[in-house]
Design a protein around this ligand. Structure first.
Ligand SMILES: [Mg+2]
Length: 191
């Protein structure tokens, strides 16, 4: 397992990781999710301190794109309709010129298991499936949506003295752009 000090980027699944796995299904087919503000703060802090962050989810909705755009993640790093997460994780590594050993991946369910095994650090929440617990380097004591993301991002940044909040630094900007619109149509990255 790679030491947290060597991690240069993060990649996370969404449902069961940023959320407790619950979705509220609306009549029009949209799904509503509840996110944890402390997780969100840690993601923004990672991005502004130079860590690329990928979102790799089996889901597909405009709300996922706008939520993570608002945390300063560009649409090109948001992978939706991802079945086996590993190919998308490798695509993210290639885009950012990273070795997979430099990336921390967090996931909770069967499609995440291969990526958990391949990543420099694979971590799953306490309520992850058996396959993930077997594949992960770390089984967190936090459950999905209950500070799981915050805990590991904060620990990683602190280990590198990069847990830095600068109120003067602009953040929270949106990457909403043509890539975003194209991705929403196809559910996939466009390059
Ligand atoms: Mg999941």
């Amino acid at each position: 397992m790679t030491d947290l000090k060597n991690i240069k980027a993060f990649a996370f699944d969404v449902d069961g990781v940023f959320t407790d796995g619950s979705v509220l299904a609306l009549d029009n087919g949209d799904l509503l999710r509840t996110f944890n503000a402390k997780d969100s703060f840690s993601i923004r802090t990672a991005v502004v301190n130079g860590f690329p962050v990928a979102i790799i989810t089996g889901g597909c909705s405009e709300s996922i794109i706008s939520r993570f755009n608002s945390l300063s993640i560009p649409s090109a790093d948001i992978y939706q309709m991802s079945k086996n997460k590993l190919p998308d994780l490798l695509h993210f590594c290639k885009r950012h010129n990273l070795d997979i050993s430099e990336v921390l991946f967090g996931g909770d369910d069967v499609p995440d298991a291969e990526a958990l095994k391949a990543a420099g650090v694979g971590i799953c929440p306490a309520d992850a499936c058996v396959e993930c617990k077997e594949a992960a380097d770390i089984v967190s004591d936090r459950c999905g949506g209950k500070g799981f993301v915050r805990d590991i991002v904060e620990r990683t940044l602190r280990s590198q003295n990069k847990w830095i909040f600068n109120a003067e630094q602009p953040w929270g900007f949106s990457y909403k752009d043509e890539v975003n619109a194209a991705q929403f149509k196809t559910g996939r990255y466009v390059d």
